[in-house]
Design a protein around this ligand. Structure first.
Ligand SMILES: Cc1ncc(COP(=O)(O)O)c(C=O)c1O
Length: 289
C-alpha cells in the first residue's frame, strides 16, 4: 500500500522541471488555495499511451481561459510534460493529473492578475474508481446540492471550485453506504455524478442528459460516438428525475470511472444488462488499441 499522496517516491513535473515527489510544494499564500483559481485534468495512460492525451491538454488550457488565466505552456508542451512524468516514474498504466493554478505573488485579494500561473503534472497507479462496481453496479445516492447554472459558474471548465459540492455530496453518499451521488441541475433535470457523466437505456435506446450546465466529458463524447457507430440511437436531452423509474440500465462514464454500471439510484434499480456490458467492453478495447 502506497503512503499519503505527499509522501511517495518518484518524480513530479513542476513548472518545467522534474522534481522529487516530496519536494513538489506550494506556499501557504497560494492564491488558488484561498480562492479556487485552479483547473485540472484527469487522464489515463493505457499500455504507455494516454487516451485522448492531447484533447485533455487542450481542455486544461480551455478551463484556465474560462477562469481568466493563461497557462504559460502550449498543449504540446503539456503533452511532453505528461510523457516525461510517465517515463520518469516508469509507468505504462497510470492515472495522470495535470493541474494549473494562480500562485503566490503580488496580490492576496480576490483579484490576482499579477500572480504567476503554475503548472504541475503527477501520475500514479490507480485501479477501478468505484471498486467492484464494474461487476455488480454502483449504488448512487441523490445529492442535495444542484449543478449550477452557466450564469452562476464556469460550468464547462474542469475547475477546482466546481468540486466543492462534489466532495460534500460524495461524503454524504458514502455515509449512506453509496459509492457516489447523482446531481440534479439548477432546473431540476438529471445532470451527472460527482466525477462522471451518466447514461440510461430504455427499449434499446440510450438517453443521456444534455451537457448544457456540466462537464461534457471526453469519455461521454467517446461513448456517444461508439454507440452511434453501433447503430444505437442516443438521445441527448433534458431528463426529469421521475423518468429514473422507467429506465432499464444505467452507467457512468469518466476518465477515472471509465464505463461503470449503476445498479441502483436511491430506490430505482437497474440491471447490468447486455448493452452496458457491450459498451464497457468496446470502450476497454478502444482505450487499449
Ligand atoms: C464532474 C465531472 N463530470 C464528468 C467527468 C467526466 O469527464 P471525462 O470523461 O472527460 O473524464 C468528470 C471527470 O473528469 C468530472 O469530474
Amino acid at each position: 500500500m502506497e503512503g499519503a499522496y505527499d509522501d511517495r517516491d518518484g518524480k513530479i513535473w513542476l513548472d518545467g522541471k522534474l522534481v522529487d515527489w516530496r519536494a513538489a510544494k506550494v506556499h501557504i499564500l497560494t492564491h488558488a488555495l484561498h480562492y479556487a483559481s485552479s483547473v485540472f485534468e484527469g487522464e489515463r495512460c493505457y499500455g504507455g499511451k494516454i487516451f485522448l492525451g492531447h484533447e485533455h491538454s487542450k481542455r486544461l488550457r480551455f478551463s484556465a481561459s474560462e477562469l481568466d488565466f493563461e497557462i504559460p505552456y502550449t498543449a504540446e508542451d503539456i503533452d511532453a510534460a505528461k510523457d516525461a512524468v510517465l517515463q520518469a516514474n516508469g509507468f505504462t498504466d497510470a492515472y495522470v493529473r495535470a493541474v494549473a493554478w494562480r500562485g503566490a505573488g503580488q496580490e492576496m485579494g480576490v483579484a490576482s492578475s499579477r500572480n504567476p500561473v503554475h503548472l504541475a503534472v503527477a501520475a500514479w497507479e490507480w485501479g477501478n474508481y468505484y471498486g467492484d462496481a464494474k461487476l455488480k453496479g454502483a449504488k448512487l445516492d441523490i445529492a442535495r446540492w444542484k449543478r449550477p447554472s452557466p450564469e452562476t459558474a464556469p460550468v464547462h471548465a474542469k475547475a477546482a471550485g466546481l468540486y466543492m459540492i462534489c466532495t460534500m455530496s460524495k461524503h454524504e453518499a458514502e455515509a449512506r453506504g453509496c459509492s457516489d451521488a447523482l446531481f440534479m441541475d439548477h432546473r431540476g433535470y438529471v445532470a451527472e455524478a460527482t466525477g462522471a457523466n451518466i447514461f440510461f437505456v430504455k427499449d434499446g435506446e440510450v438517453h443521456t442528459p444534455l451537457a448544457d450546465c456540466f462537464l461534457n466529458g471526453l469519455t461521454r463524447q467517446t461513448v456517444i460516438k461508439l454507440l452511434t457507430e453501433k447503430g444505437i440511437a442516443v438521445h441527448e436531452r433534458h431528463i426529469m428525475p421521475e423518468e429514473l423509474d422507467g429506465f432499464e440500465q444505467c452507467w457512468l462514464t469518466g476518465t477515472a470511472a471509465e464505463v461503470t454500471p449503476v445498479g441502483q439510484i436511491r430506490d430505482y434499480r437497474f440491471e447490468v444488462g447486455a448493452l452496458t456490458l457491450d459498451i464497457m467492453d468496446t470502450y476497454e478495447k478502444l482505450v487499449r488499441s
